[in-house]
Design a protein around this ligand. Structure first.
Ligand code: FES
Length: 204
């Protein structure tokens, strides 16, 4: 793997070919916020909160740090005016869906995002896909999945699988930036696989 030199926030960073900007920044101790990234999962690029500004061959662009591969002599800014403005708008949109998320609220404070900027449409899920992808890619269970499209897209536990697999796992709970996955699981559990149906001999 060849070494690649780039600059992030004015700091010379040595990366290896194939790394993303996010990985290079993390290896240099430079923080870039993420909502849909997980080191065990394939890059997804859904939330765009990791947006950074890159300058290469005299051109400036906004890119998702979790997807964009490092390039020799790339100049990256993780906190330019454009970057902060982009993250602010993304957070305002996300807060309209999940106004009570502590993770979103902390980021909103950092970027001056106004939670009242967009009309609230609480779905409580920002569709980061961490639960769905973790269950599929790491646990290989597919107990939770995306359903529907567009504005109706949501996550749903598959009762036949979830009733078997989730009780002893629940690893996706701590990944969820809005805690919606816990609520979705509790709802599925209550409706489709109540505890008494899971414990042999527990039926009255
Ligand atoms: Fe990069 Fe979500 S963390 S798009």
């Amino acid at each position: 793997m060849s070494e690649i030199l780039l600059q992030i926030d004015g700091k010379e960073v040595t990366a290896t070919e194939g790394m993303t900007i996010l990985e290079a920044a993390q290896s240099a101790g430079i923080f870039i916020p993420t909502l849909c990234h997980h080191e065990k999962l394939a890059p997804y690029g859904a939330c765009r909160i990791c947006t950074v500004e890159v300058e290469t061959r005299g051109r400036t662009n906004l890119v998702a740090a979790c997807l964009y591969p490092v390039e020799q002599d790339l100049i990256v800014s993780t906190r330019s005016e454009m970057v902060d403005e982009t993250r602010k708008t993304l957070l305002e949109l996300a807060l309209a869906h999940a106004p009570d998320s502590k993770e979103l609220r902390d980021l909103a404070q950092e970027y001056g995002a106004d939670e009242a900027c967009f009309e609230n449409e609480p779905s409580f899920c920002i569709l980061c896909g961490l639960c769905v992808r973790y269950c599929a890619e790491v646990k290989k269970k597919n107990a939770v999945a995306f359903v529907d499209r567009g504005a109706r897209r949501e996550i749903l536990f598959i009762p036949e699988i979830a009733s078997r697999e989730c009780r002893s796992c629940k690893e996706c709970f701590s990944l969820c930036p809005t805690s919606y996955v816990q609520a979705a699981h509790h709802l599925a559990e209550a409706l489709a696989f109540p505890p008494s149906s899971l414990e042999p001999g527990s039926e009255e």
